[in-house]
Design a protein around this ligand. Structure first.
Ligand code: NAD
Length: 458
């Protein structure tokens, strides 16, 4: 019997659609179709491939309002954020359309002939995507995969498949051949693992939780599949006393509460120099009070609901009951809208081992921790198993550089909370993952280097 997934609007718990979840047979069909489409796509003149990708980017841009509404309703994302993300999707596709003919091999000086390398596509790539940025993260995988001559099957998250489905329809309308970009909605252990186990899938590009990443890496080993893993984070926002405290405090709330805290780069630990701790906290609370939580379809809203009630229960489990040594110093009021809304919470602790200082909550909760000097700041920032992102606020260039070099984190910003730009590499260290997405760097993980030597003796 067919298995249907209920797709719910978290702002009002209304069922938007019921989508059939792919079983193993559907996975096998999708892989067979992709495999058939691959040789033609890989052999297409680079200019023609680039043209199709440009058309795809342009049509996404033209349909940004429709796609943003889909994303907003499905994820509970504020509509203005959703619009920005869809325009970013178009930008990512456009960027990679320009990369089609710019990722090439080398000739290497050797004795007795000529040696050259080719960057060849892998074949069928499987992408497994989370629910927090469904369209955007899809584009991070589709862009470099298609540009380098691969075909791709995207498995969106169970809760949020709608924008990816629409993107695949747009791709077809733009002339991207059938089988080149397939969206396969389904459950993780069935459709996701089906792709991971399939011997005709050459690579899995995964974004999601660290625990599922471990399972995927394990299973991928059976077919020696390439994997890139973009996993969880517990990023530190390190604030030194010499920083512009007001700017740092103004930026801090949305650096963690943006996307309702469901952001792998959320600065969910604020590590602040002890001598400005009280002053900073006062400013942090005051700026947090200004954050507008409300209906995602209201253009003034900055923070919507959590993605589901189930996820809200997981977030709440970090607070109720509250572990010892942790204090709730601010909790916002809930809007009277029903849905899966959650208060914004600021916690404080000096207990380095506190769960809320180490584990990814993935909700609107920030933990503030004081430090006494630069050495302790680095030690604290590096003290979790993760290493995805982070910020350093200081007016000393030397300190900014020293601390940035000392932090075990793949993506850092100084006097800023920005993590992601289309043209720059993004990814994690430690349990935050393997590999980099975005920028020209991403192209490497979608290609295999082949070396060819031609003798000059014959
Ligand atoms: P998740 O790991 O539960 O799910 C992610 C995807 O994996 C979904 O498509 C899901 O269906 C699939 N999946 C689940 N179980 C599976 C299995 N056994 N086999 C194969 N696939 C399976 O993560 P989530 O809750 O959707 O997303 C939140 C997590 O994603 C957070 O930890 C967050 O930090 C992380 N994330 C990381 C980045 C990054 O770039 N590093 C970006 C966004 C989100």
């Amino acid at each position: 019997m067919a298995d249907y997934m209920e797709i719910v609007n978290p702002a009002n718990l209304e069922i938007l659609e019921k989508i059939e979840s792919a079983d193993q047979q559907k996975v096998d069909e999708a892989v067979a179709n992709a495999k058939q489409a691959w040789p033609k796509w890989a052999a297409m003149a680079p200019n023609d491939r680039a043209k199709l990708m440009r058309a795809f980017a342009k049509t996404v841009e033209e349909n940004a309002s429709e796609l943003a509404l889909i994303e907003s309703k499905n994820v509970g994302k504020p509509i203005e954020d959703a619009k920005w993300e869809i325009l970013e999707v178009a930008q990512v596709l456009l960027y990679y359309s320009g990369a089609v003919d710019k990722h090439y091999g080398a000739t290497i000086p050797v004795a007795g002939g000529v040696d050259m390398t080719f960057n060849e596509p892998l074949g069928v790539v499987g992408a497994i995507v989370p629910w927090n940025f469904p369209a955007l993260i899809t584009s991070w995988k589709v862009g470099p995969a298609l540009a380098t001559g691969n075909v791709i099957i995207v498995k969106p998250a169970e809760w949020t498949p709608l924008s990816a489905i629409r993107l695949s329809e747009i791709a077809l309308d733009c002339g991207i051949p059938k089988g080149v970009l397939t969206v396969l909605p389904g459950r993780g252990p069935v459709a996701g693992m089906g792709l991971v186990s399939h011997s005709d899938v050459a690579k899995i590009a995964f974004t999601g939780s660290t625990n599922v990443g471990k399972l995927i890496m394990q299973r991928a080993s059976e077919t020696i599949k390439r994997v890139t893993l973009e996993l969880g984070g517990k990023s530190a926002n390190v604030i030194f006393a010499d920083a512009d405290l007001d700017e740092a405090a103004k930026a801090a709330p949305m650096a963690v509460f943006g996307n309702t805290g469901q952001d792998c780069c959320a600065r969910s630990r604020i590590i602040v120099e002890a001598r400005v701790y009280e002053k900073f906290l006062e400013k942090l609370i005051s700026y947090t009070k200004e954050v507008v939580v409300g209906d995602p379809l209201d253009s003034n809203t900055q923070v919507g609901p959590l993605v589901t009630k189930e996820h809200r229960a997981r977030v709440d489990s970090f607070i109720n009951p509250l572990e010892s040594g942790v204090e709730v110093i601010f909790e916002s009021k809930l809007p009277d809208l029903g849905g899966a809304f959650s208060p914004l919470r600021i916690l404080a602790t000096t207990k380095k081992t506190a769960r809320v200082a180490n584990e990814e909550i993935f909700g609107p909760v920030v933990t503030v921790i004081p430090f006494k000097d630069e050495t302790e700041a680095i030690e604290l920032a590096n003290s979790t198993v993760y290493g995805l992102s982070g910020s350093i606020w200081t007016n000393s260039t030397g300190r900014a550089l020293r601390v940035a070099r000392a932090l075990r984190s793949g993506t850092l910003s100084i006097n800023s909370n920005s993590s992601v730009r289309t043209s720059t590499p993004f990814g994690g260290m430690g349990m935050s993952g393997i590999g980099r997405e975005l920028g020209m760097e991403a192209l490497r993980s979608y290609t295999e280097v082949k070396n060819v030597f031609i003798s000059d003796h014959i």
